[in-house]
Write a protein that binds this ligand. Structure first.
Ligand SMILES: NC(=O)c1ccc[n+]([C@@H]2O[C@H](COP(=O)([O-])OP(=O)(O)OC[C@H]3O[C@@H](n4cnc5c(N)ncnc54)[C@H](O)[C@@H]3O)[C@@H](O)[C@H]2O)c1
Length: 278
């Protein structure tokens, strides 16, 4: 098999939650560009969901969209069954949908806690459970890719529920990797840093000061990530090229997590030894 063929997703079907916008949209179209048929689940943005469907069908791939609130956890097994039947099976499940609230720990209500856990954790588990059962029954060596976060690895203030939910996704993914490995199904996470999407749009924060501070600490380019920065990892994990990768995480944060403290800011300015004369 050629290197190119190892990344070819022709004949594979992917289900992506939260596929109408942001990272999910980028991955949905990216997988289709590599040959996959794609079903997306979206919460409310019908026009955007239809645009994604059009983008995928214009690539000559099949596409489906279903409106569903993933917080309705009791219906998730049925959602998986419907999607499976509609698409004729599924090889790749991408649990991308997620939400977060920025609030001090003492302001977290049962409602924001429960909704965060329902969408970010329960839905990931229930869809994985239902899809994996079908993959095993169908002899499909499928792929489960969960959008976690660097917040699943290191905490941030104001996001106790979000941090806890993404930490749970990390452990859930490793647990499933062990149990699904014998069936040839891989389970991995993608852990973005800050990617420019709408997810933090309603956060009560001094946006300008925070963005300036944060970007200054991104080793790679001093910029936020873009949706496109996340697509290649999803293609790798969904493809034959990723067949022996499981229980792993791919951190996409421009190098932020490499650093304990920004010591470099307090050192003499970098000078090239070949061109700076010393
Ligand atoms: N953007 C970032 O900086 C960043 C960083 C780390 C992790 N992530 C994770 O990446 C994933 C995608 O985030 P994004 O930045 O594209 O966010 P986004 O807000 O742009 O998109 C989130 C998607 O999830 C869907 N969604 C949310 N709640 C839902 C529900 N109840 N039912 C159905 N769909 C629902 C939305 O409709 C939307 O399509 C999330 O899991 C998020 O936690 C994002």
């Amino acid at each position: 098999m050629s290197a190119h063929e190892r990344f070819d997703l022709s004949g594979r079907t992917a289900l992506i939650t939260g596929g109408s916008r942001g990272i999910g949209r980028g991955i949905a179209i990216g997988l289709a560009q590599h040959g996959a048929d794609v079903a997306i689940v979206y919460r409310s943005a019908e026009r955007e969901a239809n645009e994604v469907v059009e983008a995928i069908t214009s690539l000559g791939r099949r596409a489906w969209a279903e409106r569903y609130d993933l917080a309705e956890t009791d219906g998730l097994a049925d959602l998986a069954a419907r999607t499976w039947d509609a698409t004729g099976g599924g090889h790749v499940l991408i649990n991308n949908a997620g939400l977060g609230y920025l609030e001090h720990f003492n302001r977290i209500t049962p409602e924001t806690w429960n909704r965060t856990m329902a969408v970010n954790v329960d839905a990931v588990f229930r869809l994985s459970q239902a899809m994996a059962e079908r993959m095993i029954a169908g002899g499909i060596q499928g792929r489960i890719i969960n959008l976690s976060s660097v917040n699943g690895l290191v905490a941030e203030a104001g996001l106790a529920h979000y941090n806890a939910s993404k930490g749970a996704v990390e452990m859930l993914s490793q647990s499933l990797a062990i149990e699904l490995g014998p069936h040839g199904i891989t389970v991995n996470t993608i852990c973005p840093g800050i990617i420019e999407t709408e997810i933090g749009g309603e956060f009560d924060i001094d946006v300008e000061a925070f963005c300036q501070y944060f970007k200054a600490h991104v080793p790679l380019g001093q910029r936020f990530g873009e949706v496109e920065d996340c697509v290649g990892a999803a293609v790798l994990l969904a493809s034959r090229a990723g067949a022996y990768i499981t229980g792993q995480r791919i951190v996409i944060d421009g190098g932020v997590m490499c650093e304990q403290v920004p010591r470099i800011q307090f050192m003499p300015r970098y000078r090239n030894t070949l061109t700076a004369g010393d």
